[in-house]
Design a protein around this ligand. Sequence first.
Ligand code: ATP
Ligand code: MG
Length: 428
Amino acid sequence: MGAIQALRGTKDILPEEVGYWQLIEDKAREILAKAVYQEIRTPIFEQTDLFERGIGEATDVVGKEMYTFTSRGGDKSITLRPEGTAGVVRSFIENNLYAQGGVQRLWYTGAMFRYERPQAGRQRQFHQIGLELLGSSSPRADVEVIALATDLLQSLGLKSLKLDLNSVGNGEDRQNYREALVHYLIPYKQELDQDSQDRLTRNPLRILDSKDEKTQKIAQNAPKIIEHLGDESKRHFDTVQQLLTDLGIEYQINHCLVRGLDYYTHTAFEIKSDDLGAQATVCGGGRYDGLVAELNGPDTPAVGWAIGMERLVLLLKQLQQAPVHQPDFYLISRGKQAEAQALVLSQKLRSLNFTVELDLSGSAFGKQFKRADRSGAVACLVIGDAEAVNQTVNLKWLASGEQTAVAQTQLLSSAEKLNQKIQQLRSP
Ligand code: ATP
Ligand code: MG
């Protein structure tokens, strides 16, 4: 039997790459905390019904991409979550988060699962970071969440990103638009891709975001949904645009950007990058005023987004080297007594907030010194037989080669000075 490999469409995030992920998570935590979003962690699997109702059976995600299985008891259909919003909304309802009144600002990160053809930026297990703002119908809420997405992406140094914006109005607007759209599309029916032909009766709005080139061309000249918005929807959309302008956030209207289901309302947006090839969308989001009620919760307007972490990491890789964590000290020792002292010293240094890599090899000093150099440590600490007897340690600054012998107690009591020197050497 051959070695077992990771399943198709799944990937290990190895130590050499994990720095990017931590960077994104740290920035997200920092930026979202400033806007008082609280993290929520919901289960990775849920009842299949939740996604069928919460995402919609007419979508690709529910129609073709879900990992669904029967519970061991044989009485329940269970699905690995393909996205985060449905679970958050279920939890919001189940735990009466709405009873706290006002708005709830929540964010999450974690693995999502979709049965798709794996390619760059598209996996079967992938990761999202997302947020939901529940309880406000104000256009300021739409703009707050968009601004937080752009803040996060900008804080990571990403520049050539484009914000696409559209409005899908309310249920009534969409009903009107649907008729106009179908009327326009009927004569082209034979030229549409197969999925789009099927959608013509089930969910015609989704034809607009078909990935088929020929269908896209036809969609380009279709009537525009914003021409079918009622007064209230128009006012909401105008205000969103005005507020984005006030914040200096550039956007372009994309008439083909839609979410085709009844509980999606008003604002829809995507943030894209030209540097990603076919999988260009990094962030997708919008308003979903009907979803909480659809899942039997109290009428609650809401807006949110999700960023695809793998795509974000691909962009970061084009920009910068993986952030690595290099130790302050690399600690080497040889001989029974020296090795025991080194272990104790490593723990004491860590308790003083230094990062310390302890060499466990017991090999010749020459070999240990080579590893010290490779570790990227700022300084090397050496304990041999002589140092062990005297309870001293040899401190060698690796960049300059400068060395001093100090008592181990003195090393520990001069932690503050050492730390200053290390910081200086790290940022020349
Ligand atoms: P796409 O059109 O690329 O399939 P989507 O509309 O299905 O995207 P959403 O459900 O809006 O995507 O999810 C938000 C984000 O999550 C996407 O913009 C993308 O960055 C990321 N994403 C979605 N599906 C995958 C996947 N299979 N692998 C990696 N990232 C994904
Ligand atoms: Mg998709």
